[in-house]
Design a protein around this ligand. Structure first.
Ligand code: AMP
Length: 423
């Protein structure tokens, strides 16, 4: 199928063509007509599927087609796109600017961590589309800088992550300020019961779109486990980067402290790298991402929240230095690579402490990830498992119902890490 066949007008098609895209991705083939029809939408789509253009293009079209209902001389915000993180907000806004450059529509992005004044000025000048993270939106609404009374279309992008990050009360406050009649689009990579509950309250007879099975990992991604002792992970990572001559690798750690420590160690091994996490200033995060994208640094070491939504074309390697506490985060992490048709490799360095986490991930993604022991990094069978400390990124409900009880001893057999007893 061609973009030309999708009932988008010439100014939008021209911008799409300039990006070099002729064929819509599977999600775009489904979402563009569904959004153009004007109904609500529930889409199971991971980043990397082309979902941003999947909602941006038809929103631009609908705003071009509809006349603002207000008589006010100033443009009023008619489409609101909410994202969980600053990085994702900035990327979505970039897509709105790219695809909307010939439409005459105006847009802005607001998020925390940077001064509010330029954002307030952009809003004062009048906007059609606002991309926002919930916290800054609520702040500026509270100060009377933003009115959402004319909203026609609402998008919740990466809604699962917004709930994981505790944004539900903020989302509810924002929803209460919107007109009752509007189009709602909800995008989520995974479908927990909380997401289903939100969808039930928010969406009216939504069109359902599922491109990759929810909670599944991308087919273009080769996944592999390297069993290794915890104290040898750093040496193994440095070995993999050097021996395979990796030029661009996104590395995930469980904690901010772990990210900083790993950067210091990799630098000692002459691997150029930077960390990106919530304790870094917005400008440091922006610089780290820009240097990583441009190839100035080889490794970007990130925590889950900071890396959420990072869009890097053709990122070849993702490494789980630590496995995530939340199995859905594994899906999000490996989804950074193998995007929009390119192939990627996702490698997890798994020590004996992480076997329960691995089991949860394999259960969620309905697969057994192949394991390969790297010569010189064989697991010492005399090392026992230690409990993993809880972090802020552990699911809140796991307080009442522990997801990962203390682990039993594990043994290694035939190159595959195995738990001695099952849970
Ligand atoms: P997203 O899932 O929205 O994060 O998009 C992932 C990547 O796919 C982005 O780098 C987009 O620029 C790219 N992309 C979006 N639509 C297409 C398309 N129709 N053909 C090729 N690449 C695309």
């Amino acid at each position: 199928m061609l973009f030309k066949e999708l009932a988008l007008s010439a100014p939008i098609l021209r911008a799409v063509e300039e990006e070099g895209y002729t064929n819509p991705t599977p999600i775009q083939i489904q979402s563009i007509p569904a959004v153009l029809k004007g109904g609500d939408l529930l889409a199971a789509a991971q980043t990397g599927t082309g979902k941003t253009a999947g909602f941006t293009l038809p929103i631009l079209q609908r705003l071009m087609d509809s006349k603002p209902t207000t008589t006010s001389a100033r443009r009023q915000i008619r489409a609101l796109i909410l994202t969980p993180t600053r990085e994702l907000a900035a990327q979505v806004q970039q897509s709105v600017l790219t695809y909307g450059k010939y439409t005459g529509l105006k847009s802005a992005v607001i998020f925390g961590g940077v001064g509010a004044n330029p954002q307030i000025n952009a809003i004062k000048n009048g906007l059609d589309i606002l991309v926002a993270t919930p916290g800054r939106l609520i702040d500026l609404m509270g100060q009377g800088h933003i009115s959402l009374k004319e909203i026609e279309i609402l998008v919740l992008d990466e809604a699962d992550r917004m709930l994981d990050m505790g944004f539900l009360p903020d989302i509810k406050r924002i929803l209460a300020s919107l007109p009752k009649t509007r189009q709602n689009l909800l995008f989520s990579a995974t479908f927990s019961s909380e997401i289903k509950a939100l969808a039930n309250t928010l969406l009216k007879s939504p069109a359902l779109i599922e491109v990759a099975r929810s909670n599944s990992t991308h087919e273009a991604i080769t996944q592999k486990i390297h069993p290794v002792d915890k104290n040898k992970k750093q040496a193994l990572l440095a070995h993999l980067i050097k021996a395979n001559d990796w030029q661009q690798v996104l590395v995930f750690t469980r904690t901010k402290h772990g990210a900083n420590k790993l950067v210091t160690q990799l630098e000692k091994d002459d691997i150029t790298c930077m960390a990106i996490h919530g304790n870094k200033s917005q400008s440091a995060r922006t610089k780290a991402l820009a240097d990583f994208k441009s190839g100035k640094i080889t490794a970007l070491v990130a925590t889950d929240i900071a890396a959420r939504g990072i869009d890097i074309d053709q990122l070849p390697h993702v490494v789980n230095y630590d496995l995530p506490n939340i199995p859905e985060d594994y899906v999000h992490r490996v989804g950074r690579t193998g995007r929009a048709g390119s192939n990627g490799v996702a490698i997890s360095l798994v020590c004996i402490d992480e076997l329960a986490l691995l089991k949860d991930i394999e259960k969620l993604t309905k697969q057994t990830i192949p394991q390969e022991i790297i010569k010189g990094f064989e697991v010492d069978p005399n090392i026992g498992a230690q409990p993993i400390k809880a972090t802020r990124q552990t699911r809140p409900q796991s307080k009442s119902k522990p997801k990962h009880p203390p682990k039993p001893q594990a043994t290694q057999s035939k190159g595959r890490l195995k738990r001695a007893t099952s849970r």
